[in-house]
Design a protein around this ligand. Structure first.
Ligand code: 5GP
Ligand code: ZN
Length: 116
């Protein structure tokens, strides 16, 4: 599923509304519609990559950029000192439900380990 059929492509294009917390040439970030923590933001590349397993070597700066955007959002949301979690679900057993790569930023409560 790509382009016009993909929910996160639609959000990145502004065709589906979301509460954006960041937008630049490569990446958008918005609040999760079903938050699992007081802060739950999704960092999403504008380019459609269906999962980490589909990422290419040439996507290295895109993937690194997603992490740095996550870091900046965590700082802005006041999470840097107390800590937070980033999660990248991959495939069925990884719990991925939207097949456009996205990095979860979760914080504002203590996280358990191991994850479910
Ligand atoms: P996954 O399970 O694929 O790692 O994460 C997908 C995430 O997207 C879920 O946390 C889910 O709540 C979120 N999500 C699904 N549909 C929408 C939507 O329409 N808007 C927003 N903001 N988040 C969504
Ligand atoms: Zn997409």
């Amino acid at each position: 599923m790509t382009g016009p059929d993909c929910l996160f492509c639609k959000i990145a294009a502004g065709d589906v509304p979301a509460t954006l917390v960041h937008a630049d040439a490569q990446v958008v970030a918005f609040r999760d519609i079903n938050p699992q923590a007081p802060v739950h933001v999704l960092v999403v590349p504008r380019k459609h990559v269906s999962s980490l397993d589909e990422a290419r070597g040439a996507d290295d700066s895109l993937l690194g950029g997603m992490l740095l955007v996550a870091r900046d959002i965590a700082r802005r949301e006041g999470l840097a000192d107390r800590g937070y979690r980033t999660v990248l679900n991959v495939g069925d057993e990884g719990g991925q439900t939207v097949h456009h790569i996205h990095l979860h930023v979760l914080g504002g409560r203590a996280m358990g380990w191991p994850p479910g």
